[in-house]
Design a protein around this ligand. Structure first.
Ligand code: KG4
Ligand code: ZN
Length: 334
């Protein structure tokens, strides 16, 4: 059979990324241009700046991705692009580029869900077996997704307030650490030799939803109380307490979901999958319970276009294409 080359575009937040993926799993190129340095001084992503930066970068990224893959544009079988969720202005830049390419090359266009991308990042390096459970943890998402068979998603739990990465970033900010703060808090937590106990937000006994805003407030209270007493807050011990609470709840709910849904595998994905404590605890629990744990390499955990190529390929197989007038979907559900 003829190889299928998908040119994939991801611009949902602050990374401009273009990839060429062959047959849904072989990454021939995965160009990523991060805007973090531009947004850092604002302490978070500024949507308008994100859109402008994508406009400046996207054309060059497309050229580079094709060149690095060693193919020509005429070899491309279809264009996959993130349709949502994400920042609407940022999404639109990728979508307009994708539509233009699809029209010029006269090939199919595939609107792709960003979370399906994070989940199918696992397909780039491993074989997914169904039914499985995915724990998606990033700056924008905290979701438990049951996948009955290929491409059949059921969202069983989600955050009711902050995403877990967002909570990390806010706690880091309170500790005067630079954006994005997740890795800094992770490091502090791992080095701490004391721990400040923090609450766990389990919500209703049968719920797979998450909530991190109460925990975030608890952290801010401890920090402010120390400062009011004229003391320097014990940031490592606070970070440790925060991280333990996050991990307890994420791992507890994920393992309960794996059991209840008889999942053959647990898939961990999204930027927070880089967290050392979370990886260690999930690895240990999955080993103890005999459940294979899949975690993509880091370059496929944070936002990237290769994962969109992997998810887009599922739609290619179904010949499930988008029309040229499809729109961005900032709060797209799975
Ligand atoms: O997936 P991602 O690159 O972008 C989104 O789609 O949001 O995730 C970025 C998020 C940020 O909030 C960042 O602080 C968090 O992932 N993060 C971490 C770690 N590394 C990145 N959070 C906790 N521990 C880490 N080691
Ligand atoms: Zn993401």
């Amino acid at each position: 059979d003829k190889p299928i080359y998908i040119l994939a575009i991801e611009t949902s937040c602050d990374e401009t990324s273009v990839a060429i993926v062959r047959d849904g799993h072989a990454v021939l190129s995965n160009m990523i241009s991060s805007q973090i340095d531009v947004h850092r001084r604002f302490g978070g992503v500024v949507p308008e700046i994100a859109s402008r930066k994508h406009v400046e970068t996207i054309t060059v990224m497309i050229e580079q991705a094709v060149e690095e893959a060693g193919i020509s544009l005429d070899d491309v079988s279809a264009i996959a692009v993130t349709q949502g969720p994400g920042l609407v202005g940022a999404l639109l830049v990728g979508i307009v580029a994708a539509k233009s390419l699809a029209m010029a090359l006269n090939i199919p266009l595939i609107g792709t869900h960003h979370i399906a991308g994070h989940i199918y990042a696992n397909q780039l390096t491993a074989k997914i077996e169904y039914p499985c459970m995915a724990l998606v943890v990033s700056g924008g998402h905290t979701e438990l997704v049951h996948i009955e068979s290929e491409g059949q998603f059921k969202l069983i739990g989600r955050t009711r307030d902050d995403a877990v990465g967002e909570a990390y970033d806010k706690v880091a900010r309170a500790a005067n650490l630079p954006y994005p703060g997740g890795p800094h808090i992770d490091k502090l937590a791992c080095e701490a030799d004391e721990v400040v106990a923090m609450p766990r937000s389990w919500l209703e006994a049968d719920s797979y939803d998450f909530s991190f805003s109460g925990l975030k407030s608890a952290v801010l209270n401890v920090v402010n109380q120390s400062k009011m007493k004229g003391n320097e807050p014990n940031y490592p011990a606070i970070a440790r307490g925060f991280q333990e609470s996050v991990i307890d709840v994420l791992v507890g709910k994920a393992m309960r979901a794996v059991k209840e849904y008889d999942a053959k595998q647990l898939l961990l994905c999204g930027g927070v999958a880089a967290n050392k404590g979370l990886r260690a605890e999930l690895t240990a629990r999955c080993e103890a319970e005999g459940v294979p744990l899949l975690v993509p390499p880091m370059e496929y955990c944070t936002d990237n276009a290769a994962m969109i190529g992997a998810a887009g390929y599922l739609k290619w197989k179904q010949q499930d294409f988008s029309s040229l007038d499809f729109n961005a979907h900032p709060s797209f559900s799975l």
